[in-house]
Design a protein around this ligand. Sequence first.
Ligand SMILES: CC(C)(COP(=O)(O)OP(=O)(O)OC[C@H]1O[C@@H](n2cnc3c(N)ncnc32)[C@H](O)[C@@H]1OP(=O)(O)O)[C@@H](O)C(=O)NCCC(=O)NCCS
Length: 192
Amino acid sequence: MPRFLLETERLMLQRLSRRDATTVDDAIRASLPDLNQWLPWARMDYTSSDTQAFIRESMLAWREDRAWDYSIRSKEDRSRHIGNVSFWTVSKLGKILEIGYWVRSDETGRGVCTEAVERILQEAFDALGYHKAVLRIAVGNDASDRVAEKLGFTREGILREELLIRGNWVDHSHWSLLDREYRALRRSGATR
Ligand SMILES: CC(C)(COP(=O)(O)OP(=O)(O)OC[C@H]1O[C@@H](n2cnc3c(N)ncnc32)[C@H](O)[C@@H]1OP(=O)(O)O)[C@@H](O)C(=O)NCCC(=O)NCCS
């Protein structure tokens, strides 16, 4: 089981709880046009009861050891939710995890996502013994592709019509990083 609280140089990643509802909701509302472009759940008619349902489901998933969502907070201002990073197992046999993320619009372009995902990779590979991490990124989501590139992921190929986003079936790139690649990149300091 991953730790409830993970730290990086600038960030705290903490397990979501009920008291996060207001600040999570605020971050989603402030970012909806950007989130709506790529994430099927971020409909333009998204409401605070969707956030409450998301947090309830997230807490249940933690309890049932199914998926692990973290609130990304800045160490400088812990009261503000600046994004989400989540992971879950896609293959127990293959020891494969998938990672998902978003960052609130007024905090993008500062390396927050890359730093948060890097910490999840460390937890997954070093503490939890996963073998492979994967990302599924909509074709055209250049910022997210760039995060994958900076972290040393390899684009394996295209998954056809993987997700229905705003009424269109969208192809996704399938990216992956192996534990040995992660370790080699860390040794060389070349993940970013
Ligand atoms: C994708 C996302 C999480 C990135 O968060 P972030 O904190 O800005 O990410 P980082 O700052 O770590 O890295 C972003 C990189 O993309 C680059 N970038 C941003 N917009 C870009 C664009 N339109 N085209 C190409 N590169 C772009 C940034 O310059 C940066 O690269 P750099 O460090 O080489 O300059 C954020 O934009 C977001 O939440 N988008 C909406 C939801 C989403 O797409 N989630 C991911 C679904 S797979």
